[in-house]
Design a protein around this ligand. Structure first.
Ligand code: HEM
Ligand code: HEM
Ligand SMILES: [Fe+2]
Length: 464
């Protein structure tokens, strides 16, 4: 860690860990409810648990992205953050909005639109919050002595994510239009601009962890950005098949969304190739595992399992079933959860000066959570395919089918227990790192050599 203001990242990461733990609690509530143990039904009915599970997911990931940005940008552009005070105000207000939203769900104060459940007044507060965040980062970059491709891609991804929150707020009482705009947020986030955030953070991690030249890594970043835009924007059409939009979406959505896995495949090949090419092994092997793991698991969860139900002929049957939950879990886990856990695993030794990476506990966290998540995905998949055949092909009643497939949720809860033990290990490790200290020497000497080599690299355009 070279800049004092990077320390603020720790508090975003800590908040992120707390919300992740809470998200998992609500996951278990739903898992048990599916088996029939819906004991908290009077206080937390299924839809409340679901909305809370999803919104906590989005907020802990955003908190992680923000922490990552506060950590990465000063180092990339070579100066302290514009205002640490504004970052604190932003964190505290984000937490307040989050707590009010989650409490609100429990009192039926919500909009009932999957992923965009938080009520309109709170939406506006989110907008103000994100503007504060973006302003702080923009001023930091503007006043900096240099810009890097990595920091620009990261910033652009965050800016576009903020702008794309707005279509979800367009007022309409038309079901089709509401769905139409909702996908601009949900789809264009995870299959569009969040991929830029992912590309930026992955590039930073690969530069630091593999020692490969910035120039080479950033060239790949352009390829990823190109593939993402080429496929992801019109790929939105895979949500417009049967919602009342014109028929041409069947063709456009089918073709372009079928190309989307290429961007994820590109990222996986790129991360593996850079790790193999890097002559120098960084001491933090655990952070490298999360980085490579992220690129591979996102390809499996988003690319492969996304493709599995993206063609209109398939989606006609699988839409809104547990097949979607199968894909949703692995995709969010691989692409964005592992990304946040990766940058946290990288930053913690730097922030605290303690070299606790590569302990048995950190290895356990990686393997148990990943094997657990693969097993959860299988359980959702088996339940989902059974649901599609019974409900959509044979025409059985929805609730009758839910009873038939309840047994698969026993498997889900067992797998989730393994997953949760991995996350618990990760959080224990996080706590053991302790609080961040002032500017510390970079944890590893090779790190300094790499930073010097890469900071002067061709990918760094000098300004002013
Ligand atoms: C202990 C761990 C977890 C359990 C037991 C669990 C369980 C569940 C259940 C039962 C549902 C509702 C499925 C339905 O609609 O019937 C759900 C939804 C969802 N969960 Fe989890 N979850 C866990 C962790 C996670 C994690 C770590 C993530 C993200 C990385 C995640 C992402 C999601 C998403 C995206 C949905 C919505 C799926 C859809 O669109 O249908 N969950 N979860
Ligand atoms: C990291 C990237 C991705 C994430 C986090 C993700 C996550 C999700 C989630 C949570 C849903 C449920 C949304 C909702 O019902 O509101 C969903 C739906 C869907 N995803 Fe993805 N996804 C990703 C990438 C992809 C890709 C690359 C494809 C195609 C190749 C794809 C194909 C689909 C399809 C077809 C649906 C609609 C399912 C339905 O009709 O119920 N996804 N995705
Ligand atoms: Fe999509």
């Amino acid at each position: 860690m070279r800049y004092e203001s990077q320390r603020i990242a720790y508090w975003f990461f800590a908040t992120s860990m707390l919300l992740l733990a809470l998200q998992i609690v609500y996951g278990f509530l739903m898992g048990f409810a599916h088996i029939g143990f819906d004991v908290l039904h009077e206080i937390i009915p299924f839809h409340v648990a679901r909305a809370t599970h999803l919104n906590l997911l989005v907020v802990w990931l955003l908190c992680g992205f923000m922490g990552a940005t506060y950590y990465i940008v000063p180092e990339e552009v070579g100066r302290e953050l514009h205002s640490v005070k504004a970052a604190w105000v932003q964190l505290v207000s984000l937490v307040v909005v989050g707590v009010v939203a989650v409490l609100g769900f429990h009192f039926q104060w919500w909009e009932g639109r999957k992923f965009l459940e938080i009520p309109r007044p709170l939406d506006w507060l989110v907008v103000v919050n994100v503007l504060l965040f973006l302003g702080n980062i923009a001023l930091t970059m503007w006043k900096a002595p240099r810009m890097t491709t990595t920091s620009c891609v990261l910033f652009f991804g965050l800016l576009m994510a903020a702008l794309l929150y707005l279509p979800g707020m367009i007022p309409t009482d038309h079901q089709t239009l509401d769905s139409y705009w909702r996908w601009w947020v949900v789809h264009l986030w995870v299959e569009g601009v969040w991929e830029l955030i992912m590309g930026g953070i992955l590039a930073y991690l690969l530069i630091k962890l593999t020692g490969v030249d910035r120039e080479v890594i950033e060239k790949w970043l352009y390829v990823i950005v190109g593939l993402t835009f080429l496929s992801g924007i019109l790929g939105t059409g895979h949500h417009y098949y049967y919602i009342g939009t014109p028929r041409y979406w069947l063709l456009i959505g089918g073709i372009f969304s079928a190309l989307e896995p290429l961007a994820f495949l590109g990222m996986a090949i790129y991360a593996i190739a850079m790790a193999r090419r890097g002559g120098r092994a960084h001491a933090n092997r655990n952070a490298l595992s999360w980085t490579i793991g992220c690129s591979v698991m996102s390809f499996v969860g988003a690319g492969f399992l996304g493709f599995a139900h993206t063609l209109p002929q398939v989606n006609m049957y699988t839409h809104g079933t547990l097949v979607t939950a199968m894909h949703g879990h692995m995709a969010f886990w691989g692409a964005y959860a592992m990304l946040v856990l990766g940058i946290v695993a990288y930053a913690m030794p730097q922030l605290t000066g303690r070299k606790l990476h590569d302990t048995p506990l950190s290895a356990y966290a990686f393997w148990a959570s990943n094997i657990g998540m693969v097993a959860m995905t299988v359980a959702f998949g088996v339940a989902g395919v059974a649901q599609v055949y019974l409900e959509r092909k044979m025409g059985l009643d929805f609730l009758q089918v839910q009873e038939e497939i309840a047994v698969h949720f026993v498997g889900l809860v067992l797998a989730a227990a393994l997953f949760a033990s991995g996350i618990a290990a990760y959080i224990v490790q996080f706590v053991r790192y302790g609080l961040p200290v002032g500017v510390v020497q970079p944890a590893h000497e090779a790190e300094i050599a790499s930073t010097l080599a890469t900071d002067g690299g061709v990918g760094t355009a000098a300004r002013g």
